[in-house]
Design a protein around this ligand. Structure first.
Ligand code: SF4
Ligand code: SF4
Length: 161
């Protein structure tokens, strides 16, 4: 998305390889529908940034026709709203929704340096070097404990923000 996201994603990828610990997806969908009204799309591993790219994507995958371009973000990615998003926030074509919807939030996004927005009920959970070191020193006993600690730390950070 941006250089910041690219370097953040790269760091996450290296950390996961070094610690041999993949990201976990925690939480659940709160059915607010906000991700359907403000989304970016990745096509063949690249963010869609131009109308030409968008048209080629729709030619290849006609189900993407439901996504309407509403603008561009600061990083140059096209922003979309889905025409299938209902007034109540629910999907009106749930059975036929594209795979980007059923996989959201995917590990791929995490390794691209992107997080679900604060209002989303999902979050990524990953082992950090700090907690891995504590584990190594015998101050933590299990990955679940480590995750509990990470949650605590992240919620403290969230409160401060
Ligand atoms: S197809 Fe359904 S789940 Fe996917 S963005 Fe549109 S409304 Fe949301
Ligand atoms: S933003 Fe998150 S909580 Fe809201 S509908 Fe999308 S996945 Fe669900």
């Amino acid at each position: 998305m941006s250089l910041y996201h690219a370097s953040r994603g790269f760091f996450r990828w290296v950390r996961a390889k070094v610690l041999r610990s993949e990201v976990r997806i925690a939480g659940h969908c709160l059915m607010c529908g906000r991700c359907c009204r403000d989304l970016r799309i990745m096509d063949h591993g690249e963010w869609v940034t131009s109308r030409r790219q968008h048209e080629s994507m729709v030619r290849e995958s006609p189900e993407y026709d439901r996504f309407e371009i509403i603008g561009k973000d600061d990083a140059g990615c096209l922003t979309y709203s889905c025409s299938c998003a209902g007034e109540d926030g629910l999907c009106t074509d749930y059975e036929n929704r594209p795979s980007i919807c059923s996989r959201y939030p995917s590990p791929t996004l995490y390794y691209r340096g992107v997080d679900p927005p604060g209002h989303c009920g999902y979050r990524y959970e990953a082992l950090t070097f700090r907690t891995a070191l504590r584990c190594l020193l015998g101050r933590e006993r299990s990955f679940d404990m480590i995750l509990r600690q990470e949650r605590k730390r992240m919620s403290k950070q969230g409160k401060k923000a």
